[in-house]
Structure formats: C-alpha cells, structure tokens
Design a protein around this ligand. Structure first.
Ligand code: PMP
Ligand code: GLN
Length: 375
C-alpha cells in the first residue's frame, strides 16, 4: 500500500485549514441533516442503543433499506438474506471487492474513479483495468468498445458508480444497457456504487443497474446515508444483493469492522421512510448551489462542465491540475481537488473538481476570492 500515501481528501482538507482557505475540496456538506434525524440518533444513545448491533445490521434498518429499494426502484430484496448494513459505502465497496476478486483477477472500472476503488483492488491483490470517461458535449461518455476491450478472461467484476464522482455524470439507460450486456456475456458481477442516488438535477432520475433485465442476480448495489441525509460522518452504508453474493460480502465485512454505528442505525431506519418532499428538497437545494458555483466559475472565464448530479463540478484548467490545486490556496484562498489523481491515464491531467455542497454564502465567498485572484 506504500504507493497510496495519504488520500487527496485528507491532504487538501489539511491544506484548507493551514491556509485558512474556503474548502471546496472534500465532499461534505457544511450544514447538518434534518433535525428529526439528529434527534433520533441522540434519543437512541439515551435509549441504550450503545452496544454491538447484530452483524448484518438491526432488523429495522434492513427492513427500511428493502422498503426504500422497493418504493423508489421497484426492486425486491429480502431484509434477512439480501440486505447488509456496513460502515459507510466505503466498507461496502471494500468488502465487495475483497469478496469477489483476488490475486490473478481483474476488476474493470471507469476513470476517473473514486480513490478507494483503486486502493481496495490493490488490497485484494487484483489488477484494475480502466475505461476512460471522455468529455462529450455538455457531459461525459465512454466508448462501448473500450469497455469490451477492458474485459479479459481474468475479469471478475465491473465497478460502476452512478451518479458519478467526480464528474457528476448520471449513466444513461443506454450506457447501463451496454454495461449489462458486457456483464452478461462474460458472466461478471457488477458492483454498483449509488451513494448519490438522490442528488440528481434537472428532473433526471437515477436508475440502479440492478433494474435492468437479468441484472438483479449479478449486481451488488451499494449506497449510504451520508449524502442523502447530509451526515457523512455517521458512516451508515448498505449492500443489496442476491443471497450468494450478499453472503460473500458479509463474510468479509465481519472481519473489517464487524459492526458500527449502533445509535445511528435506528435513526437512519426512520429517515429512509422520508417522503418525496424530503428527497426532492435536498436535490433542489443542491441544484441551486450547483448553479451558483457553475455560473460563477463560468462568468470568471473558467471552462466548466456542469454536473447532472452529485456534489461536484469539473473545471478544465488547461494546465496541470495538481499544480493548480497546490497553488490555489495561496493564490486565492480556495481549495479544490485535482481530478487527475482519479485517473490511471493522462486523460484527466487538467481537470479540477470543485464541491458545491456548501452554504451559498461560502460558495459566494469562494467566487469572490477567485475573482480577486484571477490573473
Ligand atoms: N462512493 C463514492 C462515489 C463517494 O463519493 C463516497 C464518499 N463520499 C463514498 C463512496 C463513501 O461513502 P461513505 O461515506 O458512506 O463511506
Ligand atoms: N467522498 C468524498 C469526496 O469525494 C470524500 C470522502 C473521503 O474523504 N474519503 O470528496
């Protein structure tokens, strides 16, 4: 693991503090989740939910997750054999990769990729094969042939992340169908990271790849409460998968954290039953923040790719992204993340990611600083 060093998020958040910069780097909201959710967790502590919860998660939360999948996507999962609670999506990803791939195996993923994917593939002793998401019109796309070529006899799984960090892309039904077809032809498992499932904009809807014909049986679907309820520090995530896949992931998960977050589990169980007004509200609020940041950056002359979802916008700085991000705190008092670190190839060398999951006055302040520093 020596090659992995410190995560870019830790490095950049530390730089934001030491330079007193506005932190548009690490993706965490600067406001807390709904007050009822916070109160439910506080109550759970005083009600004595403070010892190890059951290994797969408390029944109320597993039921709430199954109900959520049914209600939003018409996907049926048994709370007892097909749902697992994890320490954030991060542990779900780690346990899934460690369960499904080992030395001599390949895992296919799209670059740019969330940093823990590469680290977990390395922990598993497997090899990653990347397919590049290219800038395409207003958004991002991939070449289906590049995906086909990335699959070898050694491939065990395809890792998909939609809505996608860092590009903010929502994979289209056609793109999901291509991935499903390749997975079917080569008998691969799909690991689908859907943590931004509710943070979609402009009326777009997230579609889990498990809803495609034949895919439920070969998909490990992952999500988490962190983004949906603005509680990224709670680390309550989950996996939905058919029994043999779920059992494999659970076997690994037992030896990573065993369990976590006893008082947060009942609170999240309650929150998941939120009505359409809550889910729509969080997306609308973020969409406004997206527009504030993207319009502001564009008016300063930046080459912005406005996202369809998530917390993040991409700017092509037409220069080395790592150097740009290392200098930006001192030059402007703003921190961003070089997306180039999420690539194996050089395709992302000039891309920088700005987070807009921040209060409007914080985004305004970042824009004001960028304007002042503009050469
Ligand atoms: N997957 C993606 C794509 C993410 O952006 C993140 C973090 N924000 C995670 C997984 C990790 O989620 P969690 O905080 O629930 O572990
Ligand atoms: N997922 C968050 C991001 O992409 C950061 C999480 C982390 O720090 N590992 O910015």
């Amino acid at each position: 693991m020596q090659a992995f060093g410190t995560t870019i998020f830790a490095e950049m958040s530390a730089l934001a503090i030491s330079t007193n910069s506005v932190n548009l780097g690490q993706g965490f909201p600067d406001t807390d989740g709904p007050p009822e959710l916070l109160a439910a967790a506080a109550r759970a502590i005083y009600d004595g939910h403070n010892q190890y919860p059951p290994g797969p998660g408390i029944p109320a939360l597993r039921h709430a997750i199954a109900t959520h999948q049914q209600r939003h996507y018409a996907l049926d999962y048994s709370p007892d054999t097909e749902v697992l609670v994890t320490a954030g999506a991060t542990e779900a990803i780690a346990a899934s990769i460690l369960a499904l791939a080992g030395p001599g195996d390949d895992v296919v993923l799209f670059e740019p990729y969330y940093d823990s994917y590469a680290a977990c593939i390395a922990l598993a002793g497997a090899r990653r094969r990347t397919v590049t998401l290219e800038r395409d019109g207003d958004g991002w796309g991939f070449d289906p042939d590049a995906l086909r070529q990335a699959v070898t006899r050694r491939t065990k799984a395809i890792l998909v992340n939609t809505p996608h960090n860092p590009t903010g892309k929502v994979f289209s039904p056609r793109e999901l169908a291509v991935i499903a077809q390749v997975a079917g032809e080569h008998d691969l498992t799909v690991i689908s990271d859907e943590v931004y499932e509710h943070l979609t904009f402009d009326g777009r809807l997230h579609q889990p790849i498990a809803t495609l014909p034949g895919m439920r049986e070969r998909t490990v679907t992952i999500s988490s409460a962190g983004k949906t309820f603005s509680v990224t520090g709670w680390k309550i995530g989950w996996v939905c998968a058919p029994p043999p896949l779920l059992a494999a992931v659970r076997t690994v998960k037992q030896f990573l954290t065993y369990v976590n977050g006893a008082p947060f589990q009942p609170a999240v169980a309650q929150a998941l039953s939120a009505g359409a007004a809550y889910y729509g509200g969080i997306a609308t609020q973020l969409q406004r923040q997206r527009d504030l940041l993207c319009d502001g950056l564009a008016s300063l002359g930046y080459d912005v790719v406005s996202p369809q979802a998530t917390y993040f916008a991409t700017v092509d700085v037409h220069a080395d992204a790592v150097e740009f991000c290392r200098e930006l705190p001192r030059r402007a008092g703003v921190v961003a993340i070089p997306s180039s670190v999420f690539y194996d190839s050089s395709a992302g060398d000039s891309f920088v990611r700005f987070a807009f999951c921040k209060r409007p006055n914080v985004i305004d302040e970042a824009l004001r600083r960028l304007k002042e520093a503009h050469p």
